[in-house]
Design a binder for this molecule. Structure first.
Ligand code: GDP
Length: 366
C-alpha cells in the first residue's frame, strides 16, 4: 500500500526497509496511533540522538530551507577526514547565515600537534572549498573537550536565534548533540516535554530557550569518504580509538611504505629522511623497495597488506597515484586514514589512495 506516513516527531517520511536511513521504523510500529521514527524514538526514550543518512539530493533540499530562516550554522567536520566530511555547496544553500566550523575528534591528535596551525588549516581549507567561516573551534565531542568555549561562542554568534548543526555521517554529530544535551541542565526536561515540535523540515528540534532551538539535521553521505568503500570490520581498524602514536621510518629514496593495502607512499627522490606516520595505531605499516612495491601489492593485498579484507576488496576502487614535489616540513594527508610528515627539505613523492579519495598536502601541523 502506498499510503505515506510521516514521523510525528520530526516530520520525515516513514520507511521500514533500511535501519540506517532517515525515517526508519519497524513494521510493528506502523500499527500505533502515533508513529515516530527510530531516531525520534531513541531521543524520546533514551535522550539520545542517533544519526541517519540521507542521499545528497534529499539532504541539500532539506538544508536549503535554512536560508529562509535566520540562525547560526555549526558545521561539524572530522579533523582526520576534512575532505571526506566536508559538505560542499553549503554556502549557496544556507544564505547569509553565519557559519562556525567545528573540528571534532581532537582527542586523537598527538600532544605535539600545533592546534593553532590546525585551526588555520581548517579555516583555509574551508575557504578554498567556497565556505568562508566566522570562527573555528576544536573539540572532542566524545571526551567533552572544548565544549564550554564552543557553547559560549554559540551564544554570542546566534544572537538569540536558532542553531543548525550540519555534518556528514560519521563526523560525530550524534555524539556532539548528546554531549550538548547532557551538559545543559534543564534541557533534558525540555526535550521530553516539547519534543513533538511537528517541524516539517525533518530536523530534530532541541529547545535552547523559549524563542529559539537547536536543530539536528540528518547526516549527509559524502562519497569521497573512505569509510564508504570499506567493510565495517576494516573501518574499525582504520578508525583511531585513542591518541595516535606517531610511527617513524627512516627511508632512502626508492623506498615505499604501505598503509595496510589502502594507501601507499613512494619516496621517489631526495636525501635519506624520516617519514613520521600518523595513522590508527592498529593499522599495519609495511616498508619495501619501490621496485618491488607493485608486485608485493598484487600478491599480498588482503593478506599481509590488510585492511582491505575480502569484503572491502570487492568494493574498493583501484589505487590511484598522485605526484608531489614537497619543500619544507610537509604533511601528506590521506583523508579518513591519516597523514605522513616529511621533515624540512625537498622530496619527490608519489602517494597512492583509492580512486575518488583525494590526497592533499599541507604545511606540517607538528
Ligand atoms: P554521526 O554519524 O556524525 O552522528 O557520528 P557518531 O556520533 O555516531 O560518531 C561516529 C564515530 O565517531 C563513533 O564511533 C564515535 O564514537 C566516534 N566519535 C565521535 N566523536 C568523537 C570524538 O570526539 N573523539 C573520538 N575519538 N571519537 C569520536
Amino acid at each position: 500500500n502506498t499510503e505515506e506516513i510521516h514521523c510525528q516527531g520530526c516530520g520525515v517520511l516513514i520507511q521500514t526497509e533500511n535501519q540506517n536511513e532517515a525515517g526508519f521504523a519497524p513494521k510493528s510500529a506502523l500499527d500505533r496511533e502515533v508513529v515516530i521514527c527510530k531516531r525520534c524514538f531513541r531521543l524520546k526514550h533514551y535522550n539520545e540522538v542517533q544519526d541517519v543518512a540521507l542521499t545528497d539530493d534529499d539532504f541539500l533540499k532539506m538544508i536549503s530551507q535554512i536560508r529562509h530562516n535566520q540562525g547560526l550554522i555549526i558545521k561539524l567536520v572530522d579533523i582526520f577526514d576534512f575532505n571526506g566530511s566536508f559538505i560542499s555547496g553549503l554556502q549557496r544553500l544556507t544564505g547569509t547565515n553565519p557559519i562556525i566550523l567545528v573540528g571534532n575528534k581532537v582527542d586523537l591528535l598527538p600532544k605535539s600537534t600545533n592546534k593553532n596551525k590546525l585551526k588555520q588549516w581548517l579555516q583555509m581549507s574551508a575557504k578554498e572549498l567556497g565556505l568562508p567561516v566566522q570562527d573555528v573551534f576544536l573539540i572532542s565531542a566524545y571526551k567533552g573537550v572544548g565544549m564550554e568555549r564552543l557553547k559560549t561562542a554559540m551564544e554570542q554568534y546566534r544572537k538569540r536565534k536558532d542553531v543548525y548543526v550540519v555534518g556528514s555521517t560519521n563526523v560525530g554529530k550524534s555524539t556532539f548533540i548528546n554531549q550538548l544535551i547532557n551538559q545543559s541542565t534543564g534541557v533534558n526536561d525540555a526535550i521530553t516535554t516539547s519534543y513533538f515540535p511537528g517541524t516539517t523540515l525533518g530536523f530534530i528540534e532541541i529547545p535552547l530557550d523559549d524563542k529559539s532551538s537547536l536543530f539536528d539535521t540528518p547526516g549527509v553521505i559524502n562519497r569521497t569518504q573512505v569509510a564508504h568503500y570499506i567493510s565495517d570490520e576494516d573501518l574499525k581498524v582504520i578508525t583511531p580509538k585513542k591518541e595516535i602514536k606517531p610511527r617513524v621510518f627512516q627511508l632512502n629514496e626508492k623506498q615505499t611504505l604501505f598503509f595496510g593495502g589502502l594507501a601507499r607512499i613512494d619516496f621517489e627522490q631526495g636525501l635519506r629522511q624520516s617519514f613520521v606516520c600518523y595513522f590508527s595505531n592498529e593499522l599495519t605499516i609495511h616498508r619495501t623497495k619501490l621496485d618491488n612495491a607493485d608486485e608485493l601489492y598484487r600478491n599480498h593485498v588482503g593478506e599481509m597488506l590488510k585492511p582491505p579484507n575480502q569484503d572491502t576488496i570487492a568494493k574498493l576502487p583501484p589505487l590511484r597515484a598522485h605526484n608531489f614535489r614537497v619543500k619544507g616540513k610537509t604533511d601528506i594527508v590521506f583523508p579518513g586514514l591519516g597523514w605522513v610528515t616529511l621533515p624540512d627539505g625537498e622530496a619527490t613523492i608519489t602517494a597512492h589512495s583509492p580512486e575518488g579519495v583525494p590526497v592533499s598536502i599541507r604545511s606540517s601541523l607538528i
